[in-house]
Design a protein around this ligand. Structure first.
Ligand code: IPT
Length: 991
């Protein structure tokens, strides 16, 4: 509770600060929109929507960060799972920090390459929105800025020449990579967002600084980006909107997270969270661009000491999707990106200090790529509806009313009225958006048949708490007019055999639909639908039930479902632009035709009866995942029916505690005999860091020596006079960091950290030291990363970590000479394959023992559940053989058994050299560490390594460590390739 309150308060304060410093009023903007020269004509727009190759398009997008799933061969899986939702776009950030670990050396290859991401998107038929920063925020260390920026003088995200010059190589390089993949070159990229949330600044920075933003735009254009530029204002602040002159983007956009990031009690949606002025504000700010939200809440994150991440999936659940997303449709949104749709994993120190190793985000697709959250299915209902409703794109929002459109003032209705096409959309929700009441109503609508109050056949409609509905009028079903429907449209298709319209409603709700037709309705499946002909319409009324009804009216078959059944329907596209409708289970990915065969691909987590509705006339046979499947054709509907059998395979999951673990000391530095002559000397007498004034004789900021991520070790040498009493050391390593210190091998004590404490001043009592004797104080500290730089002018990213100050009672500060280390090589990092952030400064990390086949000869046999008996760090490694049957997608995670939380220790988990988890027993909350296939070899051997740091005199051990397998999914996914994973080799110069 304590933490959640604080986090909320912090978020509010943070947004408050930013809001207070905004200048510029949208109403004073000069519109010179018409002067804009487009650099290309493939992606164009008007006030309603984008046009791609001249065709209007709803951009329904999900945010995915490829680098949060560093297995390129799995990216297609994500794209297909997103495409199956009915989305057509994915938006991605690029984390500069991972690509330019050393200034001047840009590297985007191996797991960091973008070309495979673009290829996978193209293969799945997904467009891309590129958002490469340089600043991204994104809950990554330093908001994506490389650590070396701490050493520049100029202010971050301002027009300072050294800052801008520092971004040049990155923007030019990533820009060129993205430029090649633009739709104008046949690639998937349709939009580009430079900068991110350029929305708040404080003096001494100039804010907003139009010349700065123009320079950012110029850089991007110079790199070859010709697609339209969007921004991502943190609210409807009007920053950089078209018409503002210098520094304006092509399409104005802002983000929105209505229910915030406090998942501690997921039933709480903050009062007044939902905006009702979106349309009017947007028209004022940018009347000629489509309404764009490049980040709309798709989940939330959890801080150290916070809540298990599943709670964020509960907060932003299917109900939130209904209420919040439909409110966007009520504002006429036509470019909507849901942040996150697949969150992924904060592996290898890439995450920010405000969070832990998963970035699951409670998103529609879980970090382990499974899609069992109901919100995945709900998102599909909405995206497929919009995909099937081109008229929505030109419909225009009108004012919300609580009195005009229903007979119940507790409901708010926003009509989105057809302009260029007749269809209109009445979006209904509770006026108090987070109400949990069940409310009944009659709906007043304007149709081509005049004003109507529905239901016409009697009874009342129902809106449950935390629900919202889109009631359509004059809706075009391939030439047949649906005069209105109170049940929601999932999709419709025009097949060779006739038209199919799928409607769904919530459990037990009364619904009515009116179809313009004089044909006589026939009920071909189910019971409980009343039909009546009124004024050239067939009116259907029913109460939603779990059993399906089908009513045939002329060449239109109306399928009537409850929502839970609708979740099982999929609408895979065919190459010719048509589609089939498939009722199945877990996932239908793709459909294709070859000769007389319809080929489907999909995944199954249970024995699944399936039905194919609208198979092309030419198709006589069916394959699923390449296997012929028996089908029966229904006499009444013409659909194909069959069954996919699922037989749960036996999966042998090794007991991790029974592996042949080998162990060795991971902190030889505390021994007096240890020689640190090869270590960098902390001898810089000045620092270029502009954030903090140096108060020590030489800088001990880790960034001054190129050490930015993972564990840091300091060694302070002095010759005793006998006058010493205490040393007080002020360290900063950020939230949940910890320290331990030794003097000549004697434990001085540890600070096991706190979820919300990022710096501490600790006084060590030295006892009686021997005059003339050499002493060395060894301090190990966890470095959780640098701040972001959200507020321009704060330069918060430059706030350094490490030892920031010390006092040596009885002696001078300068009596201590310091050495320090972080990862071997610092910015000249050794492991170019796993990137600049993956490893920290522990002895085994510097040696490279966390990789496969470390030199364990002479190490003792000991396991993490045996542990160590005093403060210190142990290193463990073991070989793990896996024999997961091919063709099965089995989520695997390493599970730490939660030990009593007063046991103070932390661990790092390495799998085949990739760091996939930071566990802190006394802080939590994460105990399950998902590791993707591709990092794990599912059919062969793996090296697991663990560092165990006991921060208490009694030592520490893991209570338990196991490999946990989720439900095996029979999958269409093929060719998951192992990522490059160099084995251990003796490292030159390793100390
Ligand atoms: C917004 C950022 O743009 C994005 O990078 C990410 O940090 C997201 O929030 C939260 O997950 S910033 C915020 C003020 C909403």
């Amino acid at each position: 509770m304590k933490i959640s309150t604080l986090v909320t308060a912090a978020c509010v304060a943070f947004q408050g600060t930013a809001a207070a410093v905004v200048s510029g009023k949208p109403s004073t903007f000069i519109r010179d929109y018409d002067k804009r020269d487009l650099l290309q004509d493939v992606v164009t727009w008007d006030e309603h929507s984008l046009f791609i190759h001249g065709k209007r398009a709803m951009i329904f997008s999900g945010e995915v960060h490829p680098w949060r799933l560093p297995v390129p061969s799995l990216w297609l899986d994500l794209f297909e799972k997103i495409k199956a939702l009915g989305y057509n776009t994915v938006s991605f950030y690029v984390d500069w920090n991972l690509l330019e670990g050393k200034q001047g050396e840009f590297r985007a290859d191996g797991v960091f390459a973008y070309e495979p991401f673009f290829e996978a998107a193209t293969k799945a038929g997904i467009w891309l929105i590129a958002r490469p920063g340089p600043y991204i925020n994104a809950e990554v260390a330093a908001g994506g800025l490389p650590g070396w920026l701490q050493r520049i003088k100029g202010m971050i995200r301002t027009n300072a020449d050294d800052y801008m010059e520092a971004t040049e190589l990155y923007v030019a390089s990533i820009g060129a990579i993205i430029a090649k993949a633009q739709i104008t070159n046949g690639g998937p990229v349709i939009l580009y967002q430079p900068e991110n949330e350029y929305s708040g600044g404080i003096p001494p920075a100039v804010f907003p600084d139009a010349p700065y933003f123009q320079r950012v735009i110029d850089q991007v254009r110079k790199a070859g980006i010709v697609v339209p530029l969007i921004n991502n204002d943190a609210w409807s602040g009007g920053h950089n909107a078209p018409g503002t002159g210098l520094g304006e983007v092509d399409i104005y956009a802002h983000d929105n997270y209505p229910i915030g990031f406090d998942c501690s009690d997921p039933t709480v949606w903050p009062a007044n969270g939902l905006r009702t002025d979106q349309y009017s504000t947007r028209v004022e700010i940018s009347p000629n661009t489509p309404y764009t939200i490049p980040e709309f809440q798709g989940g939330a994150f959890s801080p150290w000491g916070g809540w298990p991440i599943d709670k964020c999936a509960e907060l932003v659940n299917q109900e939130a999707e209904r209420v919040l997303y439909k409110n966007n449709y009520a504002a006429g949104i036509s470019i909507m990106n849901l942040y996150m749709t697949y969150g992924g994993l904060n592996w290898g120190n890439l995450g920010h200090y405000g969070g832990f190793s998963t970035y699951d985000y409670g998103a529609a697709i879980k970090a382990d790529r499974t899609i069992t959250r109901e919100k995945y299915s709900e998102a599909k209902l909405q995206a497929q509806f919009l995909k099937a409703s081109p008229d929505y794109l030109t419909a225009v929002p009108t004012n919300l009313s609580t009195t005009l459109y229903t007979d119940n003032v507790n409901l708010a209705v926003t009509p989105v009225i057809g302009s260029e096409a007749p269809s209109s959309f009445y979006i209904v929700r509770h006026n108090i958006y987070n109400s949990t009441e069940t409310t009944t109503y009659r709906l007043n609508i304007a149709t081509s048949a005049g004003k109507l109050t529905v239901p016409r056949l009697g009874g009342k409609l129902t809106l449950n708490g935390r629900d919202s509905k889109v009631h359509v009028t004059d809706y075009n079903v391939g030439g047949t007019t649906l005069l209105y429907s109170t049940a929601e449209v999932f999709t419709w298709k025009k097949f060779d055999s006739g038209k199919v319209l799928i409607l769904y409603g919530g459990p037990e709700e009364l619904h009515e639909a009116s179809i313009v037709s004089t044909a006589k309705p026939t009920i071909i499946e189910g019971k409980g639908v009343t039909t009546k002909s009124i004024d050239g319409n067939v009116v259907l009324q029913w109460k939603t039930s779990a059993s399906r009804s089908i009513v045939k009216i002329g060449d239109l078959s109306v399928y009537i479902l409850d929502r839970n059944s609708a979740y099982n329907y999929w609408v895979p596209d065919l190459a010719d632009g048509s589609a089939v409708i498939v009722k199945a289970g877990y996932l239908v990915r793709t459909a294709a035709t070859k000769g007389n065969t319809l080929q489907l691909t999909g995944d199954f987590n249970a024995t699944t009866p399936f039905e194919v509705i609208g198979a092309p006339k030419s198709a006589k046979k069916l394959t699923i995942n390449g296997q012929p499947v028996a089908i029966e054709t229904s006499k009444s509907t013409g659909s194909w029916h069959g069954l996919v059998k699922y037989q749960r395979p036996f999966i042998n999951i090794p007991d991790l505690e029974r592996l042949q673990w080998k162990s060795t000391d991971a902190l030889p530095e505390i021994q007096t005999s240890y020689a640190d002559s090869a270590w960098p000397s902390a001898d810089k007498k000045t620092s270029t860091n502009t954030y903090r004034n140096l108060t020590t004789p030489t800088s001990l900021y880790s960034s001054d020596y190129g050490f930015h991520y993972g564990y840091l070790i300091y060694r302070g040498h002095f010759v005793a006079t006998g006058q010493e009493t205490t040393i007080t050391i002020y360290t900063q390593g950020r939230n949940a960091y910890g320290t331990s210190a030794w003097l000549n091998g004697v434990d001085l004590g540890s600070n096991a950290g706190d979820a919300i404490v990022g710096d501490t001043n600790t006084t060590y009592t030295l006892g009686k030291l021997s005059k003339g004797k050499k002493y060395v104080l060894t301090m190990l500290m966890d470095n959780m990363g640098y701040d972001g730089n959200w507020v321009i002018g704060s330069d918060s990213m430059k706030n350094p970590n490490g030892i920031l100050h010390y006092e040596f009672a009885g002696r001078k500060q300068s009596d201590i000479t310091w050495k320090l280390t972080g990862n071997l090589g610092g910015e000249d990092y050794v492991d170019k394959t796993r990137g600049p952030l993956n490893e920290g400064g522990l002895f085994p990390e510097r040696q490279g023992w966390h990789q496969q086949k470390p030199p364990t000869n002479g190490w003792k046999a000991s396991k993490p559940t045996t542990g160590i008996s005093k403060a210190g760090v142990a290193f463990y490694t073991a070989e793990l053989d896996l024999h997961i049957p091919k063709g099965w997608d089995v989520p695997l995670s390493f599970t730490f058994k939660k030990t009593k939380s007063n046991e103070k220790f932390r661990a790092q988990l390495y799998v085949n050299g990739y760091q996939f988890g930071k566990y802190i027993n006394n802080i939590g909350p994460q105990v399950d560490f998902s590791v993707p296939q591709g990092i794990l070899n599912y059919q062969g051997s793996n090296t697991v390594a663990l560092t165990l740091w006991a921060q208490q005199p009694s030592g520490a051990k893991l209570e338990g460590l196991s490999l946990t397998a989720g439900t095996p999914v029979l999958t269409a996914l093929e060719n998951v390739e192992l990522v490059p994973m160099p084995k251990y080799a003796k490292r030159a110069g390793a100390y």
